[in-house]
Write a protein that binds this ligand. Structure first.
Ligand code: FES
Length: 189
């Protein structure tokens, strides 16, 4: 199944990238006063620079502001603007504004979730996809709407969910073949 293929592909670069992110956060924290009133600006800074709040960052913020990590986490979860998972290379946004909701936006969301094996707000283990729900994006006449990468997909239907994911998979395989055309040839000799 597609889900198993996705979860089997952890990339070795990710650990390194996470370390870079934490180092950047550590340096940026120095510019904020060590007081509780800095909490929201600090979380916004991290979200803006890295598009999510890594778990280790919560601890670093708590330490810097002399708070408990659970307090920082509690405040961060209260606001919808903060993500706790890195966005995927293909971010999927499913509109659940009124027009889209009435026309089955929640069914589209469920289909993406089932197809990718993750829930809204999560990212696949290989970081290819992340799913989030959004409010009206201004294309109500095309409801229900999903935005994948920067492409708006109007009049969404469950069968199109399958098609979008399959299209990415085919494109990814094509690119991989282009990058290493000789690798496969070498293996046959
Ligand atoms: S409600 Fe979905 S685009 Fe307006």
């Amino acid at each position: 199944m597609g889900n198993q293929e996705i979860s089997a592909q952890e990339r070795p670069m990710d650990k390194e990238r996470e370390e870079d992110i934490l180092e950047d956060i550590s340096n940026s924290l120095k510019g904020f006063p060590r007081e509780r009133s800095s909490l929201i600006p600090v979380l916004q800074m991290i979200q803006e620079r890295h598009a999510y709040l890594p778990p280790e960052a919560i601890k670093m913020v708590a330490h810097h502001l002399e708070m408990m990590p659970c307090e920082v986490y509690g405040v961060a979860t209260f606001y919808n603007q903060f993500r706790f998972n890195p966005p995927g290379r293909h971010p999927i946004k499913v509109c659940l504004g009124t027009a889209c909701h009435v026309r089955g936006g929640d069914i589209i969301l469920e289909n993406f979730e089932r197809k990718l094996g993750i829930k809204e707000g999560q990212t696949t283990p290989d970081r290819e996809y992340s799913i989030e729900r959004v409010a009206c994006i201004g294309c109500c006449a095309l409801a229900p709407v999903a935005v994948v990468d920067d492409t708006v997909h109007g009049h969404m239907a469950p069968s199109r969910v399958e098609g979008i994911i399959l299209g990415h998979k085919i494109e990814k395989e094509r690119k991989e073949r282009e990058i290493s055309p000789r690798k496969n040839e070498g293996g046959t000799r």
